[in-house]
Write a protein that binds this ligand. Sequence first.
Ligand SMILES: [Zn+2]
Length: 345
Amino acid sequence: MKRAAALSAVAAAPLVLIAVALLAPLAVLSAALASPLSPSPAALADIPAELLPVYQQAAGRCALPWTALAGVGKVETDHARSNLPGVASGANAAGAAGPMQFGIGGRAGNTWGGDPTRPVPPDLRYGTDGNGDGIANVYDPADAIHAAAGYLCDLGADTDLRRAIASYNAGPGNPAAGLGYADRVLAIAKGYAQAVTQSASGPGEWGGHANGRIPAEVLCPIDPSGDQRLHCDAAAAFAQLDAGYRARFGAPISITDSYRSYEDQVRLKASWCDRGACHMAATPGSSNHGWGLALDLGGGINRFGAAQHDWMRANAPALGWHHPDWARQGGGKEEPWHWEYGAPE
Ligand SMILES: [Zn+2]
């Protein structure tokens, strides 16, 4: 796996620069939304304590979840712990070097730019000085992680995270070859994000409140009117997801419903029952909407097969949002619009 990862970074070398100017205003927006995800116990156990803040800070340059950036660092070199050639010094057989396996020459090309260790400014290609010591050092995790974040952002992490990670691995011209790699990274990213609850059955109880009886002031607004509210962790992750969605579709995610009070759950159940479809609404007091951990979405997300729905399927899990099995096509109670935050099914 490590060998494959090292070789794959090589393939990423002949890269085509994407129009950075286009992404710049989004970088400003997303900087304000940087890293809302709390690290899970697994993340705290696995990621070296000095690297966690580096991943979190570096990811803030675009709507890139720090968990995904850390997932790349895990797959490439086990957060710089790998003893393989080219991680701490030199380069592997193909010319990839450092914790994030940047190409520094040879078959890998020179994605890093210039010498592996050199003064900055100027930045050359992706090699950069992440920790302000005046040196861009491909072997220094602080520099390499910032460089990898810049590369992933240019590869479109704002708009299609899975594809950007695949391109990081297999090259911008051939993302399909890197999808397996991307899925490994995203699975790790999911494990690095703190779930709201650790229950096996998905999201649920938190904060000592009863379902549908959560005071508005402990929930966080997710729309300009403040009418739509969620658990604050879910709201922070949603803001980051929304930034990526805006970058891709040019419009915010359309929210139909969010937190639902107990009384609203009773009303909703009655209205479905009136239409002879009682099964479509949860028993009042059991809906994840009553925990502020579920959303009903529109604007295309509410249709199986729509680009917006597929984008959510690809990008939401890295931010802790998922479409539950039961709501999927053929899942028994199809609700393409219903999404949940927290420990997945
Ligand atoms: Zn719902």
